[in-house]
Write a protein that binds this ligand. Structure first.
Ligand SMILES: Cc1cc2nc3c(=O)[nH]c(=O)nc-3n(C[C@H](O)[C@H](O)[C@H](O)COP(=O)(O)O)c2cc1C
Length: 208
């Protein structure tokens, strides 16, 4: 069985620092016998969720708006066993575009439950921890086991390519890849992951 990790480059720079960090992870995953595909968010406009509810009302399993990269991610996630999202830090937060598409992808029913996930934050100087946590918040409410490393998955660099000089950051990426490969192999070892049965989900508000 081939195990596959989808790595989403949440930077519009297709060959920038986030891509380099993800490439380090991808190389190490492949070395561990795990397939790795880096997908680019790209530099075309993306929508934010407008809470139209069409995805859920019609049980589309994808966003009702099909005019940007969102549903391509949804399609890729069907085939992937795990997800790693990398983002540059913008004002101490992930790039708005990557959050916009992931909020739509996850809300509309992308197949992410039980799939291990990891966030990677890349910055010049500050805001990486908040960015990292913000991305992990999504995984943590989707029953996605969050994969960690020897340090938070953070690497430093400003101009494209500079990040490879952050040797500790690059090692953190390789350790993340080893941990991801290890967990994936354990989960799928005997062909029966034995995922927990989920209760019917409760959703309530506090206005009565
Ligand atoms: C709009 C914008 C906001 C940024 N905000 C921050 C920031 O808050 N903290 C920081 O350390 N770097 C910040 N940066 C720098 C980028 O995070 C950094 O250059 C990163 O390596 C870019 O990754 P990329 O090459 O994958 O696009 C910002 C860059 C841009 C374009």
């Amino acid at each position: 069985m081939t195990l596959k990790v989808l790595l989403l480059n949440g930077s519009a720079n297709k060959d920038g620092n986030t891509f380099r960090a993800l490439s380090e992870i991808a190389r190490r995953l492949e070395k561990n016998g795990v397939e790795a595909e880096i997908m680019q968010l790209g530099n075309k406009p993306v929508r934010g969720c407008i809470a139209c509810g069409q995805c859920q009302a019609k049980q589309l399993g994808r966003c009702a708006f099909d005019d940007d990269v969102c549903n391509r991610i949804v399609d890729k996630l069907k085939e992937a066993d795990a997800l790693i999202v990398g983002s540059p830090v913008y004002y101490g937060q992930p790039n708005g575009a990557v959050m916009a598409v992931l909020q739509r992808a996850f809300f509309s029913g992308a197949k992410v439950q039980n799939k291990p996930a990891a966030a990677v934050a890349v910055c010049r100087r500050g805001g990486a921890s908040a960015t990292y946590q913000t991305m992990n918040m999504m995984f943590e409410m989707m029953n996605m086991p969050v994969v960690t490393s020897q340090y938070w998955n953070i690497a430093y660099g400003r101009t494209p390519g500079e990040v490879i000089q952050d040797t500790e950051g690059m090692q953190t990426m390789r350790t993340l890849a080893d941990n991801m490969a290890w967990l994936l192999k354990k989960i799928h070892a005997d062909g029966n992951p034995g995922y927990p049965e989920r209760e019917e989900r409760q959703s309530m508000n506090f206005i009565r």
